[in-house]
Structure formats: structure tokens, C-alpha cells
Design a protein around this ligand. Structure first.
Ligand SMILES: *[C@@H]1O[C@H](CO)[C@@H](O)[C@H](O)[C@H]1NC(C)=O
Ligand SMILES: *[C@@H]1O[C@H](CO)[C@@H](O)[C@H](O)[C@H]1NC(C)=O
Length: 750
């Protein structure tokens, strides 16, 4: 109290300007370290007799010394292997070479750090960090929402969170937020302060959870099926728990929330897009007990204003990599592109038998397991409708956002020799050096698939994930399109490569379009054509078109990119350099396992931040590239941003970690989520921020695009699978990782 009065008095005396005053007020809300009392001798004695107790004592003592959110300034990511720069520190808890060639980068959070914010329970950040988003909580605060990719009882079980007023405990993946002071964060890249100097809040994003039936998730029945309030990702349709292992202390778990995307109200224009700010996330893969039935894995929409998570049935229940909103172009609808999996479930054999005893494929064959047999897909949701098509109450969050009633469209092409790929499936097409050059075009149709979510929770044999092995609708006998097929990775009988991140085309003038990557090291741009025209010519009673014309343009085939990489004098590996990928046992000249992918707008120009998840032994790579898909013989240039981890990497071999003492084993790291923060920090001529918290998503997108690529502030996530010891294991925080803020430094002609 004394301090505050003095500060105000001094400011008044000095006649300080409003900015200084604001700064002083802001400083007072920074979360500051509270003293932890030392463990008593009795507690120490007790702990020393329990398994792992010594580890807990050591971890507690490490916390007493600090480890508050943002206090670690050392980076896990590096610009080159430590062997290439002899003066690079190879010491636990310290940075390596951070002289990045095409950016500056600082740490904003490290997994394992603890909150000292008054609104939190003193929780710690749970890894491995993955999907991320950010929005203005109020005009002074940037809220960063991130999730951990944790696997519950399957491995490294993290502590569980209580939801629904303590009725249920949810383990596995966490969705957490960290709040940063907006002004201080806008200056963060211009100073040497640690991020702890701008943290103003931390907590759990989800406090209420609804299941697929719309019931509040409740406790798990330990003696039989959970008839009300089951988390269906863990059960069969009757509520029997069917995962291969039960959680140690939670009722249920969110399995492997991988990528995510934060969507803001009306981000595509007036009345265009979702009606509420939401974090869209998804469960990824699962290990079910053999011989069981299961429902599958749902997507989730988190209502950010109310901290409510809703399980979503509309996208099928095949598990996903990433779901993003794309421009719907028409009012009354929402559109989402989604990628990944389509059934990465161990223990599926019984379900496959069930499917084949009930259904036959359109070609008369048995279905094969559905995992990775699907084309590029998007979903059109009808706003204001319940699952049966009836009108929804206005206060229904899901219906308002088109997430109860809608249709999925898949990309189908003419697969004959005269077709656009000469009859090649998606993966083979991208391996063809003659065909899959930058700008190569594949025309097709987006066709509405037969399956539609009807609100009924059924076992996976009834899911929509199977549709892509059938002949697409409207292409059968006599249609004139008999040669059409869903453009799957490897056809209808075999799993192809996984479709990895999707990212929306952010340009309002372009309309419904998205960029899609593949674990097979290729990526390209899909367009949905004549959306407005198709909606205008709907027949009476029809809620959405049956099909749209579509096109796809190759950005990069699964081809030699070594000449396209600019290392900027860095990227030296312990053996070779980052123009190649050293994914044991093969050295690769192509991209390998493209995973993270997010498009950033600079005016009408697009850039992509692209990342691999390949198991590269010397360091996983991240690049920034200026996008274009003109068929002009020019390929893209990939600017090397950073590398991290790797079994043979010098720092990993030396057992380096951040926070210190958390290293476990030398293995791969992985860069992951990306967020453009630029809109929050863009200022007008008088130096005031242009965006306010009450602005809609369209204003945020416009403000993002108004900031040139080299002036952007970007968040980048890194997963450090090497770290699961020390404070991470003592407090059940899964594995390590960091969140970075970066500013690109691309050459003028990039
Ligand atoms: C729990 O399972 C038992 C045994 O099947 C059943 O009798 C009981 O109704 C179940 N309880 C709930 C709340 O589902
Ligand atoms: C098709 O699946 C059914 C059910 O699992 C099985 O009985 C039948 O043998 C299968 N047919 C072929 C040709 O594999």
C-alpha cells in the first residue's frame, strides 16, 4: 500500500505522461514470487522413505529458488550444433548457439515452471506443449492458450484437473493459459528482460466439460458402465471404460490434444464465421483394450468466455491432427477444414469385424481399417440448427456456431489416365518429379459425404470415417463421373501418409481455402470454388450444396529440397547440415514428416512457418517460406529458423535441459504450434494500439496482415521429449518444452 501511494505521488510530481503511469500500474499486477516455506524435517523424513521422495525434495528445493513462469531465459532450440561453435555452452540449464540466422527469439514459458499468480493454485506448466492460440483478454492483457499433448495412463501420466465443480477429474492433456501484460509483451523483443517480468496470470482454461451426449462429464463408475456423464473417448457407447489402461488418479483423460486453433468471432467479415471466441482442439490416437468396442475420439470446442469444453461429433470420431475455421463466404454457416488420423486406434480388430458384418463397401469388398484412408476434407455447419435439423435455442453455444448440424465434403478427382494426376493417388503424385512441381494444379470436386452426425452416440463401426473407401456420391453408373474417387493418400485399400496440419488462407478476398501438409513431406493449397453461387442456387429445403468445384495447387512435392534451403551460415549438424534430414536410418533430401504448418499474412502475401516431426537424429528443423504457387518453374525457398533435439545432437548427448535437471534421454524434439501476435501490438500514428479486446476477429486478421513479415511478433512452440525427470516427474508434469516469441529477419528479396 505504501509503495502504491508513493509511486502515484512521484508520478504526479514528475508530471509523467500517461504511458509511464500505465506502466507503473501494470508493473504492480505482474505476478511476483512468493516465498515458499522450507519443507519440515518430518516431511523430508516421510518423503525420503517413499518411492521418488528424494526427487520431490530436490524438485521442491529447486522451486524455492525460483522456476516461476517465464523465469528461464535459456533456449532449448539452437541455431547450429554445439560442435560447430566451440564457445557454445554445453551446460545444463543454459542456451547453446542462439545466433539464429533469420530471426530473433526469446523464451516466454518453459514447461515445469510454476505460477506465482494470485488467481492460480500455484500450478505448474504441463508439457509437452502443442496447439496454441492467443487473444486479448482485455485491452491490457494478451492471453496465451496452449495445450499439452499428454497421454494419461498410457505414458508419463500428468496430474489431473477437477472439472464440473469437482464432480469429475480429467487427466491426460491440459489446456492452460498464461496472461502477459500487453505493453510489456509488445516490447519484449527489444529488451533483455525475462518473460517473468510480464506474466500477469495463469490457470486452467476448462472448468466445465460436456460429453458427446451433452451431459456434464461425471465420475467414472468403477463397478460397471458409466450410464450418465461418460467421457466417450475412453468408453464404448454404453459407457464401459475400454482404454488399455485406467488412469491412476483421474476419472477420465483427454488423450493427446495435439494441434489446436483459436478462432475469433466473425473473423472473415461482418457476420462471417463463428459467433463466439473458441479454442478448437482434438484428441489424436488411442490404445483400446483388444476385443472391445469403442466410440472413437472427438474434436472439442472450448467456449473461451465461459471456460466450457464441448465434445464435438460433427467431424466424425476418427481423431484429428488439427481443425481450423476457414472463410465460409456466406452468412448463416461456418466452415472448418480438418486433418489427420481417421482412426489411429490400437485394438481395432473387433470393430473392423463389426463393420464388415454390418456393411459392405460400394465395390462389394470388405472394408479395411480406416486409419489414413481419406481425402482432404472440410465441414459446413448450419448455424442455429440442432442435430435433427430443428431450430435451436439462441443460447445454445454449439448450434449458434454451426457445430451441431452440418455436412462433410471430401476432395474427389478423376482417377483415370486422362485425369489431372494421370491416375496417381495423392502420395504417389507428390513423389513424381515431373508432376508435383510448385504450381501444379489438380482439379476436382468437393463432394458431400453420406454420413452426418445425428447426435446419437454409437460405436465406431457406424462412424463416418469409413465413407472414404466407397465410391463418392454422384459419381456412380451413368453419372459421367464413373472414374472419380476420393483422392486418398494410397487409394481405398491401404493407409497413406497422414494429413498433418491444416491452416486457413487468411485473405478475405480469396474465400474458402486452406493449406494442407502431409507426413510424406509435401504440402499445397486447396480452394473451394464458387461458394456464394452454389449457395444462391440451393433448391427449396436444401441446407447446403451437394458439391463444389475445387482445385489444389502444389507448393512442394516430396522432392529434393536441398537446393531450396537457405541456412544463413547456420544449421551445421554434428554431421552434415540442415539442408538434409537425417532421419535414421535414411538421409533424406526431401522434407520428412512435415507436421507443424501455419500461414501468416503480410498484406496479400502469404508466408508459412513449417516444421518437421521426423526423428531427425541431429536436430528437428523449422523454416519460414514466402508462398506462391505460380506454375513458373520456380520452387519455394525455405529459410532455416532453428533446430532442436536429436539423438546424436551434441547438447542432447551431453544431457542438457531447461529447466535444469529435467533431462532423461537423448531423443527427438519437435517444433509445433504457431500464433501471429502482430495484431495485438500494431499501433496507429499516435502510438496507440489499433486493436481492442472488443473488436471482432476480422479486425484481428486485418491488423495481423498490416504488419510486415519482419515486424511480426510470433509465438512458436517446442516440444522437448528428452525431458521427463527432475521437477517434471516429481510434480507429474509429463515432458518438457518451451514457448517462444520471435521476430523474423528475412532478406529483402525473400
Ligand atoms: C455402475 O455400474 C453398476 C454395475 O453395472 C450399475 O448397477 C450402476 O447403475 C452403475 N452406476 C452408474 C452411476 O452408472
Ligand atoms: C469380410 O468380413 C466378414 C466379417 O468380419 C468376414 O466374416 C468375412 O470372412 C470377410 N470376407 C473376406 C473376403 O475377407
Amino acid at each position: 500500500m505504501m509503495f502504491k501511494i508513493n509511486a502515484a505521488f512521484l508520478v504526479a510530481l514528475a508530471g509523467a505522461n500517461a504511458k509511464t503511469l500505465r506502466k507503473l500500474q501494470d508493473d504492480s499486477r505482474i505476478c511476483s514470487m512468493t516465498e515458499l516455506s522450507p519443507l519440515s524435517d518430518d516431511t523430508k523424513l516421510l518423503l525420503s522413505t517413499t518411492l521418488g521422495g528424494q526427487n520431490v525434495i530436490a524438485a521442491y528445493e529447486q522451486y524455492m529458488g525460483g522456476e516461476t513462469i517465464g523465469s528461464n531465459t535459456a533456449l532449448l532450440a539452437e541455431a547450429s550444433d554445439a560442435s560447430a561453435s566451440p564457445d557454445t555452452v554445453v551446460e545444463d540449464g543454459m542456451s547453446g548457439d542462439i545466433d539464429f540466422p533469420f530471426m530473433d527469439m526469446k523464451v516466454v514459458a518453459t514447461m515445469g515452471e510454476r505460477s506465482v499468480c494470485p488467481d492460480s493454485l500455484g500450478e505448474m506448466l504441463v508439457g509437452v506443449p502443442d496447439g496454441i492460440g492467443a487473444y486479448l483478454l482485455d485491452d491490457e492483457t494478451v492471453r496465451v492458450v496452449f495445450q499439452s499433448e499428454s497421454y494419461g495412463p498410457l505414458v508419463f501420466e500428468s496430474y489431473g484437473n477437477f472439472v464440473n465443480d469437482g464432480q469429475s477429474r480429467m487427466g491426460g492433456s491440459h489446456v492452460q493459459y498464461i496472461d502477459y501484460d500487453r505493453t510489456l509483451m509488445s516490447e519484449f523483443m527489444d529488451n533483455d528482460e525475462p518473460a517473468s517480468s510480464m506474466v500477469v496470470g495463469m490457470g486452467q482454461v476448462i472448468s466445465t466439460m460436456y460429453n458427446l451426449k451433452g451431459e456434464l462429464i461425471g465420475p467414472r463408475n468403477l463397478s460397471g458402465p458409466t450410464t450418465i456423464g461418460a467421457h466417450f473417448s475412453n468408453t464404448d457407447a454404453d459407457g464401459n471404460y475400454v482404454v488399455a489402461a485406467p488412469p491412476a488418479e483421474s476419472d477420465w483423460f483427454l488423450q493427446s490434444l495435439c494441434s489446436a486453433h483459436l478462432e475469433q468471432k466473425h473473423q472473415w467479415g461482418p457476420n462471417l464465421g463463428v459467433e463466439d471466441d473458441m479454442f478448437i482442439t482434438n484428441e489424436e490416437w488411442m490404445t483400446y483394450a483388444p476385443g472391445t468396442s469403442f466410440v472413437g475420439l472427438s474434436a472439442h470446442a472450448v467456449d473461451l468466455a465461459n471456460s466450457v469444453d464441448y465434445a464435438l461429433g460433427v467431424f466424425t470420431l476418427g481423431g484429428f491432427e488439427k481443425i481450423v475455421e476457414i472463410n465460409p463466404e456466406v452468412e448463416g454457416y461456418t466452415m472448418f477444414a480438418f486433418s489427420g488420423y481417421n482412426g489411429a486406434f490400437d485394438g481395432f480388430e473387433h470393430t473392423l469385424d463389426m463393420r464388415n458384418s454390418l456393411f459392405k463397401r460400394s465395390d462389394g469388398q470388405n472394408y479395411t481399417w480406416s486409419n489414413d484412408i481419406h481425402p482432404a476434407r472440410f465441414y459446413i455447419g448450419v448455424k442455429g440448427k440442432m442435430e435433427d435439423g430443428s431450430d435451436a435455442p439462441e443460447d445454445d453455444f454449439l448450434a449458434r456456431n454451426g457445430l451441431r448440424y452440418g455436412y462433410i465434403y471430401g476432395f474427389a478427382i478423376d482417377m483415370s489416365e486422362d485425369g489431372p494426376t494421370g491416375g496417381l493417388w495423392r502420395d504417389d503424385f507428390h513423389r513424381d518429379a515431373e508432376k508435383a512441381t510448385n504450381g501444379a494444379k489438380v482439379d476436382g470436386w468437393w463432394i458431400k459425404q453420406p454420413w452426418q452426425w445425428d447426435g446419437q452416440v454409437r460405436n465406431f463401426e457406424f462412424d463416418g470415417s469409413w465413407d472414404y473407401q466407397d465410391q463418392p456420391p454422384y459419381t456412380g453408373e451413368g453419372s459421367g463421373r464413373e472414374n472419380y474417387a476420393w483422392w486418398n493418400g494410397m487409394g481405398n485399400d491401404m493407409a497413406g501418409c497422414k494429413t498433418e496440419h491444416v491452416t486457413p488462407d487468411p485473405r478475405p478476398s480469396v474465400g474458402a481455402a486452406f493449406v494442407q501438409g502431409s507426413t510424406c513431406g509435401y504440402f499445397g493449397h486447396y480452394y473451394v470454388e464458387d461458394v456464394v453461387g452454389r449457395f444462391e442456387s440451393l433448391r427449396d429445403g436444401q441446407m447446403a450444396p451437394n458439391a463444389f468445384r475445387g482445385s489444389y495447387y502444389v507448393y512442394q512435392g516430396e522432392l529434393d529440397i536441398t537446393e531450396q534451403i537457405e541456412l544463413g551460415g547456420k544449421g551445421q549438424y554434428v554431421n552434415g547440415d540442415a539442408t538434409m534430414n537425417y532421419d535414421n536410418p535414411e538421409d533424406r533430401i526431401t522434407f520428412e514428416d512435415i507436421d507443424g504448418l501455419e500461414v501468416l499474412a503480410d498484406g496479400d502475401e502469404l508466408y508459412v512457418l513449417i516444421q518437421e516431426d521426423s526423428g531427425n537424429q541431429y536436430g528437428e528443423r523449422a523454416f519460414l517460406a514466402h508462398l506462391e504457387h505460380e506454375d513458373d518453374g520456380e520452387e519455394l525457398t525455405y529459410y532455416f529458423l532453428a533446430m532442436s533435439g536429436g539423438t546424436m545432437n551434441t547438447r542432447m548427448q551431453a544431457g542438457v535441459s531447461v529447466p535444469k535437471g529435467t533431462f532423461t534421454r537423448a531423443t527427438a524434439h519437435e517444433f509445433s504450434g504457431v500464433v501471429d501476435l502482430s495484431a495485438f501490438f500494431a499501433t496507429d500514428d499516435s502510438g496507440d494500439f489499433v486493436l481492442s479486446a472488443s473488436d471482432d476477429g476480422f479486425a484481428k486478421r486485418q491488423a495481423d496482415a498490416s504488419v510486415a513479415i519482419n515486424d511480426k511478433d510470433i509465438l512458436l512452440v517446442l516440444q522437448a521429449h528428452t525431458q521427463s525427470s527432475g521437477i517434471l516427474s516429481a510434480f507429474q508434469l509429463d515432458r518438457g518444452g518451451q514457448i517462444y516469441q520471435l521476430k523474423p529477419k528475412l532478406p529483402e528479396d525473400a
